[in-house]
Write a new protein. Sequence first.
Lengths: 400, 245
Amino acid sequence: VTIPVEKVAGPGRKNKAEFQWSEEHAPEDFHERLFELEDRGELIVQRVSGDCVEVPVKYGRTKKVPIGNTWHHKSCGQCGHIPGYSTAIFWVNRKLGIEYEDPRDQTSCTAWNYYASATSNAAAQASVALRNFAAAYESGNFPIIHCGTSFGHYKEVRAELLAHDKLREEVRAVMDALGKPLVLPEEMVHYSEWFYAMRHEIAKHQVRSFDGISVTVHPACHYYKLVEGDAIYDPEVYGGQRTAVVTSLVQALGAEVRDYSTWFDCCGFGFRHILVQRDFTRSFATQRKIKRMKEEADPDVTLTHDTGCVTTLDKSQFAARAQDPEFATIPVLSEAQFAALAMGAHPYLVCQLHWHAADYKPLLEKMGIDHERAWAQFEEATARLERGEQQYLTWEDTDV
Amino acid sequence: MSATTLSTPVRSDSAAYKLGTTYPDVPIEEKERLFAEVKADERYSDYLYGCYECGICVAACPSARYYDFSPRRIAQAAAREDAELIYQQMQEDIWECSQCFSCLRCPRGNNPGGIITIMREVAVTNGLQSAKQALRGYTRIIYKIMSTGTQVSPDMLQADAFPDWGPNVKEVSDKLAVWRRALPPDTHHTTTTGWEVSTKTLVELYLIWHKTGALDMIAELDASLHSLLEEVMEDLLDEEGYELT
């Protein structure tokens, strides 16, 4: 793949005539080893079957992203603290008429805890991953992973299992005890890759114009830094030099992506730090990310595609504002919530923005959403629950 | 681990020193034993290929900006097999790492963050002071993930636990039960877990913690947490007809 230099942003790149993926520096394609182990009868490879979209990944390779019959591997941080994140993912699927499964036979990947405390080991982490993959396989649906850390960790687990015979044997013994087969999916698929693959279809269903909405994008570390080859890189987006997820969707929806210098920096989540040492997290998130974005790009919203990043960038701003009234905040959403809003989703009944901390109301106003009316509708719906007229709200209740 | 009464070798310019952290010095043989445990991990050889000393990992590292911490020092100490320095890092440095893996930008293909993951595991398994100190206040999270299969739950959003997240936390906490019932996916109506996890799934998870030794790792870190987890897991496994051998 040759990429014209004008596609490559940044003054440092202007002295280059062109950019080419280097086969010489490309890591091995994991598929070869995966299928070799399948041929030897060591494991089952769950294939991407049915409709899928072939998307570009690093080094000019491609990856198959299934459209439907997906098994949604949820994120504990999303479901627990930012529930509009997972709800928006499901809502967009439903709006596009796509069949999916939201399983109860699923645990967290447990990697947040592992990266925070190391109170686990390689065999346990791989067993947790393979138990979930076996559950997806048994359901007949293909796993699609909501959390960036789960996605990155599972890519790590895959690499370790393919490389180390002893680890594979340890995990096989555990799976045998559970009565489950050793299954690895043909592709590890993150939900933001599904949104990349479906971005034009999503744009066809857009009912709110995002013309005039400016966006900064924070790419999630564990999505593209862990097992770096296996992430979407599109020559048409950043000249293929940064991951194209999130940005490509924003462009498809007609909003303006604005750049800033610290895009490569992590958000400051830190796994352990966000829970018990937040002075670091707050400082990094506000000084290295939010403040830089504001000074260099002044966006209406910043979008990202991972649990920890939304949490960190959103929640860290209150203390910075309390300490400095001049600190300018930026609303933080996942691109799934952004896409859902474009498709007409309710900001509270679907996107659950009342769980977010940074002020998002100016953004809604710019999108042409009457947030006061929307909040009144949400309160009316929850009043029905409190009066006992309904036990739960359903998807039907989101169409108001 | 056999601790001695030698004075604490904390560097006077380190964060650990400023925080008044102390830990026991141990004989060199003990330091070498701990390093041997790190090296024995199957992943270790995938994570270390030597070091150019270029500092790209440090430039990319968020923790290096705010702590006296350097992923380059971690890779170099490991490459030199400096057991003395590695012990010091296990006591003073490794818990500063953000585990973001920005250091994977290394042109040699080193993975300092991965080496740290292994060093942390060894610190936990051996009950090192740094692990106990770094994870003080964190044990409720370990309990949550190991006992429920989801790491953070809605009911953890309490104003006194997250005062720096602003008044929104209190509002969520006050309205939690009804706001969870207002979520359209029917797996999301829970307050003590991120989503509804089936009993069968939980049984399988408990078996994994038992069979891989992950539960045993907690014993060195926090004996009472270990007992509590063991009891919770054994009760469910017993109820569901599983006998641990």
